[in-house]
Design a protein around this ligand. Sequence first.
Ligand code: 4AD
Length: 467
Amino acid sequence: SMTWTEVGALTQEMKETEVLIRGRVQTIRPVGKNMAFLVVREKGFTVQCLATAQSDGVSRQMVKFVAGLNRESIVDVIGVVSIPDNPIKGATQQEVEIRVCKLYCVNKATPTLPINIEDAARSDAEIEIALQSGVQLPRVNQDTRLNYRVLDIRTPANQGIFRIQCEVSTIFRQFLLSENFVEIHTPKLIAGSSEGGSAVFKLDYKGQPACLAQSPQLHKQMSICGDFGRVFEIGPVFRAEDSYTHRHLCEFTGLDVEMEIKKHYSEVMDIVDRLFVTMFDSLNERCRKELEAVGKQYPFEPLQYKPKTLRLTFEEGVQMLKDSGVEVDPLGDLNTEAERKLGQLVLEKYGTEFYILHRYPLAVRPFYTMPCYDDPLYSNSFDVFIRGEEIISGAQRVHVPDYLAERAQACGIDVNTISTYIDSFRYGAPPHGGFGVGLERVVMLFCALGNIRKTSLFPRDPQRIAP
Ligand code: 4AD
């Protein structure tokens, strides 16, 4: 009849009360035959438990049983909360201790583990410091982590990362619902490529050529033709990427938005601005513990952003680069290096690591992008950056069917494969625009994690499709 207490919820106020917890055995340290310390972990939070014979009704046999437990086994512990003389403090290490009265092993883990969670949870700095005093601590490399992801996910930092990721999609949904957007679900099996280019997974659809959707682009626009006015989607996106980089996955989670535009594509950028400022504020407020846990293993500086997001035109960006001695093609795309450099320049000049770059050259944008009315060399489009790396691209779309077909053809797309999309605009289509965000990139860059594999639960990259 006892109620469960979560390890993360244990506090010093519970001193002298009896609690029931369920968690995993992280480490066991026997001290002689009468005592054993064990660290129990639940959802990334740990608490030290102490089993002592001849007190608390615990037998020697019981201490032996505890000392013989396999790491990562699931245990139920009934014990009394106490405050140790020298509490070990940490982001996820509880300041209280539990004096064990009863302990049950619910399910046993195998005796040899490919990864010890303590090892996987250590920061590079800790390993360095130990090394300076002659102790070589094991380092778990990225591939081992990903091969045994179910173990790796148990570290406090990873527990934090995926709870932060959950918060990003929650805020995305909550904010857009409050702005009268409708959540939709578009097909992932489609007849023709949605973004063009070669990064498409082709497949056989009952004898017809088909592919996995590279984005919900076509169907979110068709939903606008279907009178929803404003839509969004959270769903998988497939890209047959060839290059193995720190920021490209073959499957990621797309946060997509599409909306009618009354006058100007800045209406879309206004949504981006308010959505992301709300999101960053909420993350800092509601995910404090998670951010601390991530920072403990992977130290990072909090993101610098402004209440009103900076907007620069592509031409202004090119000029800033030029002024600092970096020459780029004014009608080409920015490479990763130039984007990083511009990120630094923007931070120095405007004090923000989050900004929008708009009015891109038309030639570097997808076929469905609306050219600028005053200068067709440019387009009503934008990219959004965090710490000098792209997280969003967006634009106003061409809503005139014949012109859309012409643009598709000019971009080398077989118009027949997207004819139902183009025809959707023949029955009356409002001016509209939208954007797409990569969920994994947002979390990676908010926490400056440096590798998108860290923010994908089970990443798919050009070399990995398991586990
Ligand atoms: O820039 P992308 O390709 O744009 C689109 O898909 C458009 N349909 C969006 C729109 O509405 N106009 O992808 C959008 C975002 C990128 O900014 C990036 O954050 C992420 O998706 N992304 C990737 N994330 C992980 N791995 C990849 N291979 C990615 N490719 C794009």
